[in-house]
Design a protein around this ligand. Structure first.
Ligand SMILES: *Cc1c(COP(=O)(O)O)cnc(C)c1O
Length: 349
């Protein structure tokens, strides 16, 4: 069956201008996968699902936001869309611009982009420009460019990004029949957690489907919302959330507070350990995508969150193929190589 894409499926729920072009690469409708073994490993007694956003067309949830934002920009006549990106926004912007037949100009922090993301942006034909500095420097430059040139900004300060991204919350409620008790989610620029909260609230207002408590999770080396101040040189293996000045930080903090939840930070080792645990149950995600669950594990471990009897959804935001080096650096470092004879293979049999 043809998947119609988020704009067609949820049009009446989205606050988008009439001129928005209904762009689609059949994004959304991603699976909500039960993770019984991981739930057991975290103590058991609760239902755990991951919302596997890596199965979107370009491999991350960013497709939801860019379908809406590029569709809106093109509908009002934009010929060039521009964004700063830690990688996934770049690939998604490039894909939807290609779909619409317009130009994509993508600014990335030099040398800090996972290979699968850079390759994606280039494959879809974006003009990629590397910026010396961090994502935050690239975003500041994009803001300056749109003030002086007729190019349309599609970073998550663009409100239509959040309109598109909230459809993931709709899908979770549609699948479960109500909102989960907790939603664990990685936080970088903080657009996604803001969009989820918007989506859960819209559904709850209209249908009484309940609201989750939000557990937003940053990487310890890039945790401005936990520290309470910007981080000048954010550092983490989870490059998708390597952001020191989140554009939607205030809204994310308000959402977490309003929901009865919070935003916490976890060290890189715990993020990578969770990435391995997920893969051990068949779900391979990029490092940033494991942060939400790493945070959930930490909260359960220190008894700050009691999961018993609860339904918990963790958003896993991007596919493992996006960042192959994150795995190859360690697991792939020392692969055995043998002659093609059975004797040589026996140590592993
Ligand atoms: C963009 C992204 C995030 C962070 O989302 P924000 O909206 O920036 O908070 C997390 N994980 C992945 C894989 C991403 O691409």
């Amino acid at each position: 069956m043809r998947r119609p894409g988020i704009l067609a499926r949820y049009w009446e729920w989205l606050d988008l201008p009439e001129h928005t072009v209904p762009l689609s690469l059949s994004e959304g409708d991603t699976p909500l996968i039960p993770m019984p073994r991981l739930a057991e490993a975290l103590g058991g007694g609760f239902e755990l699902f991951v919302k596997y956003e890596g199965l979107n067309p370009t491999g991350s949830f960013k497709d939801r936001g860019l379908a809406a934002a590029v569709g809106e920009a093109v509908g009002r006549g934009a010929r060039t869309v521009i964004c700063a990106s830690t990688g996934n926004t770049a690939a998604a912007t490039a894909a939807y611009a290609a779909r619409a037949g317009v130009r994509a100009l993508v600014l990335v922090p030099e040398g800090k982009i996972a290979r699968g993301k850079l390759a994606g942006a280039l494959a879809y034909g974006a003009q990629v420009v590397q910026v010396r500095g961090s994502f935050d420097h690239a975003l500041a430059l994009v803001r300056e460019a749109v003030a002086h040139y007729p190019v349309a900004l599609v970073n998550s300060i663009n409100p239509y990004r959040l309109q598109g991204q909230q459809t993931a919350a709709f899908e979770i409620v549609d699948a479960l029949g109500r909102a989960p008790d907790w939603l664990a989610i990685p936080v970088g620029n903080a657009g996604n957690i803001t969009a989820y909260w918007m989506g859960f609230r819209a559904y709850h207002r209209a249908k009484g489907t309940g609201l989750p408590r939000l557990l937003g999770v940053q990487a310890a080396g890039a945790a401005p919302l936990v520290l309470g101040h910007p981080v000048e040189n954010p550092e983490t293996v989870a490059t998708a959330i390597r952001i020191g000045k989140p554009a939607r930080g205030a809204e994310a903090l308000a959402a977490a507070r309003e929901s009865g939840g919070r935003i916490i930070a976890v060290p890189d080792e715990e993020i990578l350990a969770m990435q391995r645990l997920l893969a051990a149950e068949g779900v391979w995600v990029e490092p940033a995508s494991a942060a939400g669950l790493a945070g959930l594990a930490a909260e359960i471990r220190r008894a700050a969150l009691d999961p018993r009897g609860k339904t918990i959804v963790a958003v896993v935001t991007g596919h493992g193929l996006k960042d192959p080096d994150a795995v190859l650096r360690t697991a792939g470092a020392d692969l055995p190589t043998i002659e093609p004879v059975l004797d040589a293979l026996t140590p592993w049999l």
